[in-house]
Structures are given as structure tokens and as C-alpha cells.
Design a protein around this ligand. Structure first.
Ligand code: GH3
Ligand code: MG
Ligand code: MG
Length: 509
């Protein structure tokens, strides 16, 4: 992961345009150039001031002034063109700096010239901006030059002085190095965290958009695999039998088993589901879902999905390589987060499905309602066209039902409607579609029925009407081209004819 002037944009809006400035100063050319320019100009200024102030008579003022001028020129050049210069120029610049310091010390005419303090700057700059190896090389070069100044003109103990100064330089450099590395690590962790939060937000956003049961489960697993960098993620949910966990969502290659019986295969998934605690698998053995597989995963994490503290599913992560990724604390908190997201998504999708079913069902009879019928009929027409099968549609209307209500009461009427719907259903095939169209009118689609067969069915339905009551039925045979409303309109016309002809009969048009 590079920190080079990192900038990224997050879809979710609230973090748009987040920009991180690099702490890895070795690649930030402006900071690198300004820092060196500042050192050059500071050195030049201090040098000039020291020459104006009283100083050693033995000093070679001309050489020192030229040194100062060189430092200023170098500093100004770096300020102007520095950001555009390649990296090696800064290595050269630092080496030239060391030479200028050495010259200043030598020309100062003083033993123990205070100019030698500047060698420290070499170490600080090198350890901050360069790699450890390059910094060590710069420090060695500076130490050699400093040694040279001592050999040329230092009474007393030059070795001790050299050692002390160079050790100070190295230690200061090491401090800088540690600080810089720590700051970089923290920046990296912060960036990874920010990226993770952004991705989790994205995932939550995506998941909120899926409304079908299967799609939501797949989307969940895909998101989990992406975030946890797992090879396979499976959602295990208790099957209808209650005796096993079934694979209901998948991302990545499918495991060998699709069902995990609670008793026969008590592995990590079953354990996580039973105890409601995450289970970590690190070996190849003991992963029942991969029994008989050629390449079982080498690392696994089974994360229970809890709803009101009760496990409702297990989100299982499988890694092919025993990567350290799955042991990282972030992966664990991520898995927990994903499991929470899974619980919300599953509940939402379940509610939506239930709502949808309620919206398409008639309360009283339990049959599909008019809305469902209007959705279904065009589908029946398309299916009929595709399979080249005949299709008939019938409208059923109870005879004199107002009278029934008047005589026996509305509640008895309701009960009768329920009874009639159930009795008629018995006469139909699974592929037939009976709906309550409204009031005491019902609509019936008969796919695969010729007009003759449709009349047969209608007669059976009529005969099945309970409690000696009767109904009239109008039937229309689809001509293969007319729209659903036209077809239904014709069935209604047939029904009107049946009523007109005296009721309790079926009419086909
Ligand atoms: P026809 O033979 O001409 O169809 O006569 P009908 O009395 O069945 O038809 P009409 O349209 O005059 O009356 C329909 C009656 O169906 C009126 C209403 O009381 C009754 N009905 C409609 N929906 C319900 C219901 O949900 N429950 C009950 N109990 N009765 C209903
Ligand atoms: Mg009626
Ligand atoms: Mg009616």
C-alpha cells in the first residue's frame, strides 16, 4: 500500500474527497526540497552572522564568506526548482552540505569550531528523508569528514571528541528514524481503517438495495469475501427439518457439502450456531463442509449471526492459505460487523417477502388477490406463447349471493366464500391459478387447457360449490394475440351471458 499523496473518493457521499497527505516524506518532493533549502539558508545565515560578530583572527574570512554565499545559492535553488528534482539530487545535496560544513570548520581557524554542530543536521535530514541504508551511508560520510577536520587541527583527544559527536549524530538519527517509522505505521493503520469503514459503508449501502431473498444472501457473502479477503464465504442457515444447517448463500468456490447435520457433522459451523460464539479453525482437519474435498481450506472462521442474541445463521469464512489475515483482530471485528449486517439484511428481506405475500393475498379466502392476478395473467400469457400451449381464462360469480347474505347474515356469507374457494381449489391442478377478483367474483387461469377441457373443469368447479349454492362461469380461450385485459373482458362477457341465460351454467366464447 503506497502512501504517495493518497487520495480516494468514497461512493457513500459523506467521506467524499478525503485526502491524506503522505507522512512518507522520502516521496514528498516538496517537503524534502523545502527542508534541505531551509537547512542551507539557515547554515548560510548563521555563518554570515558569525562572520559579522567577533571571531577568530585566524579564520579565513574570504573562504567562509564564499561558503556562506554557496549555502545561500544552494538554498535558493532548492526552493525554486527543488520539488521537481529527482531523488538522487538530494543525496548529492546532502553530501555537498557535509563538504561545506567541513570547509567551514577547517577555515574557521579555531580548534573545536562550533560549526561542527552542523554535522548533526546531516544525520537528522538523512534519517528523516532517506532509507536506513542511505542514511547510514550519509552519516558515515559526515563522520569521515568530521574525522578529517579533527586530524588536521585538534589538540587534546580528537578520538574521544570524534566518538562523542558521531555517537550523538547516530543516536539522534535513530530517534528520528523510530519516530518517522512509527508515524508512518500509524498513518498506514489509520488509512487502512478509513478504507475499511468506507468499504463497510459501501457494503451496507449495497445490501440495503437488495430485496430478494437469494440475491441478498449472495450479496452478503460476496461482500464478506471481499472485505475479509476470504476465498469462500458461506451462509449456513437451519433447514426446515431443523436437523441440519443448509447452505443458503455462497461467494467463491462451493464447499463439498451443502448440508451439515447437527448430529452427524458437528464441526465449527454447528458449534458456532449452537453456542453463539465465533469459532476459529486453523487446521485442515475438522472442517466437515469440506469432507472429501481435494483442497480443504487451511483457515476458517465461523461467525454466528445473532438476532436478539439468538443464533439464526452462521457466516463462514474459508481461506485456502493459512494467511495471517484471518488471525488479525481487524478480521474478527469485521466478521462481527458483517454478522450484524447479515442479521439486519436477513430480517429485512424476510419482512419484505412477508409484506409482499400479504399484499398479494386475499385475507378472507387465502387466495391470491386481484393485484396478484393482474401480475400473474400476463406471465401466464407469455408462458403459454413460449411453450405453445393453449390457455383458458374463467370468471366465476356466485349466483344470488346478495340474497344469501340477506338471509343468513354477512358472517355466514364470509364463511361461505372461504368454503367455496377451498372446495373449488380441490378441483384444480397445481398449475391452475385461482384468485379472488373482488366481492363474490373469482378469476381462474387454466394453462394447458383446450376450450373443451376448460368447460370440463368449469363444470367440476360449478358442481363443487358447497351448501347447494350455485355459480355462473364465463370462459374465454386465448387467441394467442390479445392482451390480458381483453381476454379477461371476454370471460366477463361470457359470464354475463351465463347470468342472462338463467345462471348456474358455464358459457364459453
Ligand atoms: P348475481 O347472481 O347476479 O351475481 O347476484 P348477486 O346477488 O350475487 O350479485 P350482486 O352483485 O347483486 O351482489 C353481490 C353480493 O356479494 C353483494 C355483497 O353483499 C356480496 N359480497 C361481496 N363481497 C362479500 C364479502 O366479502 N363477504 C360477504 N359476506 N358478502 C360479500
Ligand atoms: Mg353474484
Ligand atoms: Mg358479482
Amino acid at each position: 500500500m503506497s502512501l504517495k499523496g493518497v487520495s480516494w473518493t468514497v461512493d457513500s457521499g459523506h467521506m467524499e474527497g478525503v485526502r491524506l497527505t503522505s507522512l512518507d516524506a522520502s516521496v514528498d518532493s516538496t517537503v524534502r526540497a523545502r527542508a534541505m533549502a531551509s537547512l542551507y539558508i539557515a547554515g548560510g545565515t548563521i555563518g554570515a552572522v558569525s562572520l559579522v560578530l567577533p571571531h577568530s583572527a585566524k579564520a579565513n574570512d574570504a573562504a567562509l564568506w564564499s561558503n556562506t554565499a554557496l549555502a545561500f545559492v544552494g538554498g535558493l535553488l532548492l526552493l525554486v526548482v527543488g520539488p521537481r528534482l529527482p531523488g538522487w539530487v538530494f543525496h548529492l545535496g546532502l553530501a555537498i552540505g557535509a563538504v561545506l560544513i567541513t570547509r567551514a570548520v577547517l577555515e574557521s581557524g579555531e580548534n573545536n569550531s562550533f560549526y561542527s554542530v552542523w554535522f548533526l543536521w546531516i544525520g537528522l535530514y538523512a534519517f528523516y528523508f532517506f532509507s536506513r541504508a542511505a542514511a547510514a551511508a550519509h552519516v558515515a560520510f559526515a563522520a569521515a569528514l568530521y574525522g578529517l577536520t579533527l586530524i588536521v587541527d585538534t589538540p587534546g583527544s580528537p578520538v574521544a571528541r570524534w566518538l562523542t559527536t558521531v555517537a550523538t549524530l547516530v543516536i539522534a538519527g535513530m530517534f528520528i528514524d523510530t519516530l518517522v517509522r512509527r508515524a508512518r505505521d500509524q498513518a498506514r493503520t489509520a488509512q487502512a481503517g478509513a478504507e475499511l469503514v468506507a468499504t463497510v459503508a459501501d457494503v451496507a449501502h449495497e445490501l440495503a438495495r437488495v430485496s430478494d431473498r437469494e440475491g441478498a444472501r449472495t450479496a452478503l457473502c460476496v461482500a464478506a469475501a471481499r472485505l475479509a479477503r476470504a476465498d469462500t464465504v458461506v451462509l449456513w442457515e437451519p433447514g426446515t427439518s431443523g436437523a441440519e444447517l443448509e447452505l443458503t448463500g455462497l461467494a467463491g468456490p462451493r464447499p463439498a457439502q451443502r448440508a451439515l447435520p447437527f448430529v452427524a457433522m458437528p464441526g465449527g459451523a454447528v458449534q458456532a450456531f449452537t453456542n453463539g460464539e465465533p469459532v476459529l479453525g486453523t487446521g485442515e482437519a475438522g472442517i466437515p463442509e469440506y469432507t472429501g474435498a481435494n483442497e480443504p481450506p487451511r483457515a476458517t472462521l465461523w461467525q454466528p449471526v445473532l438476532r436478539d442474541s439468538v443464533p439464526v445463521a452462521v457466516l463462514a469464512f474459508y481461506w485456502r492459505r493459512p494467511a495471517s489475515a484471518h488471525q488479525a483482530p481487524t478480521t474478527h471485528s469485521l466478521a462481527g460487523l458483517l454478522a450484524t449486517e447479515a442479521a439486519v439484511t436477513l430480517e429485512r428481506v424476510e419482512l419484505l417477502t412477508r409484506l409482499e405475500s400479504i399484499a398479494r393475498t386475499d385475507d378472507l379466502t387465502g387466495l391470491p388477490n386481484r393485484r396478484a392476478w393482474e401480475e400473474e395473467l400476463p406471465r401466464e400469457l407469455m408462458r403459454s406463447k413460449r411453450t405453445d400451449q393453449p390457455l383458458c381464462v374463467a370468471m366465476i360469480d356466485l349466483d344470488h349471493f346478495k340474497q344469501f347474505n340477506d338471509e343468513r347474515g354477512h358472517q355466514a356469507g364470509d364463511r361461505f366464500l372461504k368454503q367455496a374457494a377451498a372446495a373449488w381449489g380441490v378441483e384444480l391442478r397445481g398449475s391452475d391459478f385461482l384468485a379472488r377478483y373482488g366481492g363474490e367474483e373469482f378469476a381462474l387461469a387454466l394453462p394447458g387447457c383446450t376450450p373443451e377441457q376448460a368447460i370440463e373443469v368449469a363444470e367440476r368447479v360449478r358442481a363443487a360449490t358447497p351448501e347447494g349454492e350455485t355459480c355462473s362461469i364465463g370462459i374465454a380461450f386465448w387467441d394467442g394475440g390479445e392482451t390480458a385485459p381483453t381476454l379477461l373482458g371476454r370471460a366477463d362477457t361470457a359470464l354475463y351471458q351465463a347470468k342472462h341465460r338463467g345462471r348456474n351454467l358455464s358459457v364459453l366464447i
